[in-house]
Design a protein around this ligand. Structure first.
Ligand code: NAD
Length: 343
């Protein structure tokens, strides 16, 4: 039975756990907010499941909880940001804010984020750019520990799960948000499957001998994740090993001088800087309507837009609360107890 909890008490529990581990209050609040928002959007793999991992990383010196991001190089509409190995959510917010400002000024901007720990849900940051009326594009690579994804046709780990995201501003505050890992399934979803004791989705993993498996427990026994979309996803994953990685001053996971992190590149494009005779938002709204009007195929009830599953989850979970697997709730309770946080 999952433990269901509303967003606010969950947020304050996570904030107190981070604060008790030496995180300044404002940073603890931002990271807790970001993780709980991710659960509200239905991506439990990148939500409060991560609290235990982040605390372990603080204790191991891998996250410096008090560090704040800084611009290390800037050149016109481009900039490099260092997260200083503080919380990735802080660095990614800062980089998105900067991309949004530079994009508004120059019509286009590209900001890389290096020396960053796990940023969580990439779509949070592209959506922030789109909320400013710009097109937000995000690429992320890297890993906290090791790679998971094999190139198409192989059975060895070479790539991270390397998410990409596009956020397009629509009318009002409506954003069309696409955000996914280039692995067939995000590694966090398998960690979640393992926590729940459920099998992994089929067609997403190979065991260490190169045979298909759905046993998420094999993750620690040499299993590999497959890229999404066969050779096409494999090619995308490879591009992501290079573009955000090198522009953020990191090295691909497979390189001998790899250092851990979640290097990210955020782009911002102002539609008005291009064809200003087009009502961009109206065109976005019209395409959404045409896609929604498509007749469903056999086995489907309707056609969904990118971002629609997340918006529905958000509406439902704000009302009914967030169902956490027992193992995740037990980890949070254990951390709270250890840190003398009473609830
Ligand atoms: P996913 O496979 O659930 O795909 C999500 C995307 O597909 C969303 O844009 C969603 O709106 C869209 N979508 C889902 N069902 C749809 C449908 N029926 N019709 C139309 N669109 C649909 O996502 P994922 O690959 O599991 O990634 C989950 C999250 O994990 C993302 O937020 C990603 O950024 C994050 N992630 C982060 C890292 C990292 O290193 N920080 C690594 C991997 C993934």
């Amino acid at each position: 039975m999952p433990h269901t909890i509303h967003a606010e008490p969950l947020r304050s529990l996570c904030r107190d756990i981070f604060a008790a581990a030496g995180t300044p209050d404002d940073i603890a609040a931002i990271v807790a907010e970001s993780l709980v928002m991710t659960n509200l959007f239905g991506h439990d793999s990148h939500g409060v499941l991560r609290v235990k991992q982040y605390i372990t990383m603080i204790r191991a010196g891998m996250i410096q909880p008090e560090q704040r991001p800084q611009v290390t190089k800037s050149f016109g509409a481009t900039a490099m940001v260092s997260g200083g190995y503080g919380f990735g959510q802080m660095g990614a917010r800062f980089a998105a804010d900067l991309a949004r400002k530079l994009g508004a000024e120059y019509g286009i901007a590209a900001v890389s984020l290096g020396q960053t720990t796990h940023i969580g849900r990439l779509g949070e940051y592209t959506a922030h750019i789109a909320a400013g009326g710009l097109i937000g594009i995000g690429f992320t690579s890297g890993t906290m520990f090791k790679g998971w994804v094999t190139p198409y046709g192989g059975r060895e780990r070479v790539f991270g799960t390397n998410p990409l995201s596009f956020a397009v501003p629509g009318p009002g505050d409506e954003t069309l948000l696409l955000d996914f890992a280039t692995a067939g399934v995000a590694h966090g979803k398998l960690v979640l499957a393992r926590a729940k004791g459920t099998p992994a989705p089929s067609g997403m993993m190979l065991d260490r001998h190169g045979n298909p498996t759905t046993d998420a427990q094999l993750l620690d026994e040499g299993a590999v994740l497959l890229p999404m979309g066969l050779h096409k996803g494999s090619g995308l994953a490879m591009m992501m090993e290079l573009i955000p990685t090198l522009l953020a001053g990191h090295r691909p996971i497979s390189a001998p001088d790899f250092s851990f992190g979640n290097p990210t590149l955020l782009l911002a494009l102002s539609p008005q800087a291009f064809d200003d005779s087009t009502d961009f938002a109206a065109q976005v709204a019209a395409l959404k309507r045409r896609v929604k009007a498509v007749q469903p195929a056999t086995g489907f009830d309707e056609v969904l837009l990118p971002g629609e599953p997340e918006a529905r989850s958000h509406a439902q979970r704000v009302q009914a609360g967030i169902p956490l697997p027992d193992a995740v709730w037990a980890d949070l309770r254990e951390l709270a107890e250890e840190m003398g946080i009473s609830r």
